[in-house]
Write a protein that binds this ligand. Sequence first.
Ligand code: PEP
Ligand code: MN
Length: 264
Amino acid sequence: LASRDFHPEDTIIDIKGVKIGGKEIVIMGGPCAVESAEQIDEIAALVKAAGGQVLRGGAFKPRTGPYSFQGVGVEGLIMMQEAGKKHGLLTITEVMTPEYVDICAEYADILQIGTRNMQNFDLLRKLGTCGKPVLLKRGFSATYDELLNAAEYILAGGNPNVMLCERGIRTFESYTRNTLDLAAIPVLQQLSHLPVISDPSHGTGRRELVAPMSKASIAAGANGLIVEMHTDPDNSMTGDGVQSLFPDQFAELLKDLEKLAPIV
Ligand code: PEP
Ligand code: MN
């Protein structure tokens, strides 16, 4: 079902009038994690003012260590929904377990599956019937074929609205957090009709690389970007402050991107 042979035309996912997968690009921006109602409201206003369409933010965070901040949980879903409604943005948030799919689908417009859960097959099956579009991140050690097979689980379960996300893979290079695999963008678009979104934040792990890799992703044909932005990145509650843009950098990036492709 994910293959272009089966479905030659590009899939366009229409979420409340925002069309993802066509010639226009979609911009998702926001913090790694929802921290408080004030924080997400302030950032939502900045995403909107800069020209973004979707507010990102994790309420449930997949952390490497069990003692790190794990997210504010269901409260965060409520805070995000309010900020999205107030500022006219769609929302995307990560869901990590099958039990939380229904509540996340109730509050968010798009469900994000993180790199660590790309092959959580129970979770993927549950997404088939969740009724909301899904952004499926590539596992950091997954091949294109494994990513497409993971998408297949969601499609086969009855949900046609899946976006693929390149977020960097693990390589021998340690200067960057991950290696953003730009070739994944055209390859996935050749093999599949599903929209392809690039994540230059996790794909590099370094703020100064986010703008150049965003532009490179769009030049390579990405249908959109998911970018971390924070008003106070040095004091963010996850370690992802180092890869988060300051609000003025985010706004400047969107201005530059408009020269490359129209934004939805
Ligand atoms: C995130 O988007 O904050 C995140 C945890 O992403 P990934 O699953 O790509 O690491
Ligand atoms: Mn993050």
